[in-house]
Design a binder for this molecule. Structure first.
Ligand code: IPE
Ligand code: MG
Length: 258
């Protein structure tokens, strides 16, 4: 069965009678600057970043968030020095070793989105195990983007669709936005409502390019290793002030114009 034929994942916000839950996506940025400010090696900034992730994951469900997608390692991060790449590659192990049992117990469904090619076989095993152990969970969804790039993911999705066509299972005219979305790594997750970037940078850096179509952006002046519940609350408060129209006009303006 192709990715596009899988039934949509029924996550937390589709539970009947419950208020819609938010999908928050975060570009975890500023680890290096955090370390530099303290005269520490960048590796310690990345390790402190894992602690910030733990705080954020525990805070999110209490704040009405049902999906959290975090950017851990981009397809462009391979161009960093080898020692730093090795440190970043070791972070999922560090995170899962300390937290996977708790995530499993607390109803968190973990997905790692991104290319498997390039990851060590040990890391792939670890990721597969974390996903398998939490696959039945429905209370909260944690997507970890690792070896992920928006352009790479769109390209991979296009290739998979082309393969379906070449195999005679699809025709070019079948393709529409919904079908295409089913070939992406994020298939089954709703699009992000808000994309948060700490550290002061104001760019998307190849994160969720397709999925960001109607996301709100919140930029926060805090380095990721310092991030926690209060910052997440502040991001949601800012998001709550936004007027989302999805390209339409608000009803009051239609009436006023008429
Ligand atoms: C985020 O922190 C971690 C990754 C991008 C993998 P950075 O390492 O980008 O930290 P800065 O931007 O140098 O401060
Ligand atoms: Mg950075």
């Amino acid at each position: 069965m192709s990715a596009a034929e899988k039934p949509p994942f029924e996550g937390a916000s589709t539970l009947e009678g419950s208020p819609p839950l938010l999908h928050v996506a975060i570009v975890m940025d500023g680890n290096g600057r955090w370390a530099k400010q303290r005269g520490l090696p960048r590796s310690l900034g990345h390790r402190a970043g894992v602690e910030a992730l733990k705080r954020t994951v525990s805070a999110a469900p209490k704040l009405g968030i049902g999906w959290l997608t975090v950017f851990g390692f981009s397809t462009e991060n391979w161009s960093r020095p080898a020692a730093e790449v090795a440190e970043l590659m070791a972070l999922p192990k560090r995170y899962f070793e300390s937290d996977i049992a708790r995530l499993e117990r607390e109803g968190v469904r973990v997905r790692v989105i991104g290319r498997r090619a390039g990851l060590s076989s040990e890391l792939v095993r670890l990721v597969d195990d974390a996903q398998a152990r939490t696959d039945h969970n429905r209370l909260f969804n944690l997507n970890i983007a690792f070896n992920y790039g928006g352009q790479a993911d769109i390209t991979d999705a296009a290739r998979r669709f082309a393969e379906e066509v070449a195999a005679g299972r699809r025709a070019p005219q079948d393709l529409d936005e919904a079908l295409f979305g089913g070939f992406l790594a994020t298939a089954g997750s709703p699009p992000p409502d808000v994309i948060v970037r700490p550290s002061g940078e104001q760019r998307l850096s190849n994160f969720l390019l397709w999925e960001a179509a109607y996301a709100e952006f919140v930029f926060q002046d805090v380095l990721w290793p310092d991030y926690g519940e209060d910052h997440l609350k502040a991001a949601l408060a800012e998001f709550a002030t936004r007027d989302r129209r999805y390209g339409a006009v608000v009803a009051d303006d239609v009436l006023a114009a008429g």
